[in-house]
Design a protein around this ligand. Structure first.
Ligand code: SAM
Ligand code: SF4
Length: 337
């Protein structure tokens, strides 16, 4: 029997999905995500691994069933496997249905088997191109071969893979069919993401890179038959199946479609701030409640409930007037993508 959800927002949406950024650091510097010379948070600002465990366990106690670990790059956080090992107890108890992560894949050769041992069954891997030179341009510090090897390691460990590809006009628009077939052959799901106006990166205008997924879909239709699938995730992605290959393709279109009405998630930063919406500034400082009562999670749980009651109806991203409407000054690596 499904337990009655405990966290219900003002729009009657049950909050059962927590995304947690465990670090703001990363071994890449993707052009749409970070500037080359990022200033990272002082280490003492970050939740410790023990605090992350307490925080996530409090959410799980309040009915969160799915936990996605992200960052920055979650696998560069020192000792992160201790945290995954801790979370696996909630899978064993049945309270948590899914423990997963979003990663750039660079550290998967090292960690894939350990993640699988902790009960991680699926990972999202961000990969915007299969071209070595373009990969180096987009990620600045990344090496494609290392990521492809990480993907192999995850496959060998029996982990199911979804590739996330940010649609970038003038960069990966000529690779669409190639990436689709590459994923089809390997049995990977594939999701396209519209580039969002996050972070003051100073170097690029997000609007120049913006490739609408409406246009991307039209390009896909030139070679494939797209069959719409009913939404099953309560998340922002809309899915189709390609008749010719049978593979599932997702589209995350915050800018062309508003997906907020079915939102079931909140986001915790690596410093313990809870963002009730990716596209709004309102946040709740949970760290202060966590640190104020180290032996009692009661005040933390009360603070979580009060925060959920502030969850807004939706975001205000809008490119329609040819500007970066609703732009957020914080970086994706802060809130966790
Ligand atoms: N480092 C991990 C990774 O790259 O998968 C996890 C964190 S990253 C911030 C999570 C996701 O956010 C990635 O898929 C990345 O492509 C996406 N992302 C970052 N900045 C973005 C932006 N401005 N617009 C759209 N997606 C973005
Ligand atoms: Fe790092 Fe992920 Fe941001 Fe790229 S998208 S810089 S891999 S956090």
């Amino acid at each position: 029997m499904t337990p009655t959800p405990k966290l219900i927002d003002p729009f009657a949406r049950a909050i059962t999905y927590l995304r947690v950024s465990v670090t703001d650091r990363c071994d890449f510097r993707c052009v749409y995500c970070m500037s080359e010379n990022m200033t990272f948070l002082p280490k003492k600002e970050l939740l410790s691994l023990e605090e992350l465990d307490r925080m996530c366990s409090a959410f799980i106690d309040q009915g969160v069933e799915k936990l996605r670990i992200t960052g920055g790059e979650p696998l560069v956080r020192k000792g992160i496997m201790t945290f995954f090992e801790g979370m696996s107890r909630h899978l064993t108890s049945g309270a948590l249905k899914e423990l997963t992560l979003t990663t750039n894949g660079s550290q998967l050769r090292k960690y894939a088997q350990a993640l699988a041992d902790c009960g991680v069954k699926r990972v999202n891997i961000s990969l915007d191109t299969l071209d070595e030179a373009k990969f180096a341009d987009i990620t600045r510090w990344g090496r494609l071969a290392q990521v492809l090897d990480g993907i192999d390691a995850a496959t060998e460990a029996g982990i199911k893979i979804k590739i996330n590809m940010v649609a970038l006009k003038g960069t990966n628009d000529d690779e669409l069919e190639h990436v689709v077939s590459w994923c089809a052959v390997r049995g990977f799901d594939l999701t396209f993401i519209e580039v969002m106006p996050m972070g003051d990166l100073g170097n690029e205008d997000r609007l120049d890179q913006y490739w609408s997924l409406e246009d991307l879909r039209a390009q896909l239709r030139e070679n494939f038959t797209l069959i719409d699938l009913p939404d099953q995730t309560g998340g922002p992605a809309r899915y189709v199946r390609l008749e010719e290959t049978g593979q599932r393709i997702g589209f995350i279109t915050p800018l062309t479609h508003n997906f907020c009405e079915s939102c079931n998630r909140v986001r915790l930063t690596c410093t313990g701030q809870l963002f009730m919406c990716l596209g709004q500034e309102d946040e709740a400082d949970l760290r202060k409640h966590l640190r104020a009562s180290p032996d009692d999670d009661g005040p933390l749980i009360d603070a979580i409930h009060r925060a959920i009651l502030r969850k807004p109806k939706g975001h205000d991203f809008d490119y329609s007037r040819q500007n970066e409407g609703g732009k957020m000054s914080r970086h994706m690596s802060h809130t966790g993508g």
